[in-house]
Write a protein that binds this ligand. Structure first.
Ligand code: G3P
Length: 218
């Protein structure tokens, strides 16, 4: 499974990218607003930090302007993926942009039928929002499972499932068990993936026993 950082914080992205474990970045208008920076500048900087796909979202609601915005964003860097919302206009823009070879990430997906249409529209990535379904007492993981089943039924559907709105390490594990292609994960949750109390306890015991030997490796 590929790991994308769900962030527009260049410091956070840079720190995580140094691990070599990050395959891309997703931003959205809320994350850009939170960064407090100019949208085009921050996206350009993120593209220079991470080689993989960097999602930048259009803000128009009509397909014609979405396509114009998408073409402008695409010009920022080779690794830009254009994010469009899962609306009729977003699907039209997705079809037009993907037909020209532009990577498109169709976002704000909350149903399997929406995901099916996005794949038909040539989406590179589909972003089903797990956490926001959970917030409503629904089962976000069930959506990931449904999309995986539908996409695997048809050879011609090549859209990658990009599990989004991830709030916990369990969302990441469940997405991997189901077979999502990508998980876009907040930096804080990525760091939580590496931790376990027994690892800390075991390492502490190793270090205490090693100190008793009085030896050093270097
Ligand atoms: O990539 C989509 C993600 O940023 C949305 O997450 O927690 O606002 O539902 P959240």
């Amino acid at each position: 499974m590929k790991f994308f950082v769900d962030s527009a914080d260049v410091e956070e992205i840079g720190e995580l990218a140094e691990t070599g474990l990050i395959d891309g970045v997703t931003t959205n208008p809320s994350l850009v607003a939170k960064s407090g920076r100019n949208f085009l500048d921050v996206v350009k900087e993120i593209c220079s930090i991470v080689d993989g796909p960097v999602s930048a979202e259009v803000t128009a609601l009509d397909s014609k302007t979405m396509i114009e915005e998408g073409k402008k964003l695409k010009g920022l860097a080779e690794n830009i993926a254009i994010k469009v919302p899962l609306t009729w206009d977003g699907l039209k823009a997705c079809k037009a942009l993907s037909d020209e070879g532009t990577m498109v990430n169709v976002t704000l997906c909350f149903s399997a039928n929406q995901a099916l249409l996005a794949a038909k529209a040539g989406a590179t990535f589909i972003s089903p929002f797990i956490g926001r379904l959970d917030d409503m007492g629904l089962d976000g993981m069930e959506l990931i499972e449904e999309i995986r089943t539908i996409y695997d039924n048809y050879e011609g559907l090549n859209t990658q499932i990009l599990a989004a709105s991830i709030r916990s390490v369990n969302h990441v594990k469940q997405s991997a068990l189901i077979g999502a292609d990508v998980a876009t994960v907040p930096g804080k949750v990525i760091k939580q993936l590496a931790t376990h109390p027994l690892t800390d306890k075991g390492l502490d015991a190793f270090m205490k026993d090693w100190e008793k030997t009085g030896q050093t490796i270097l």
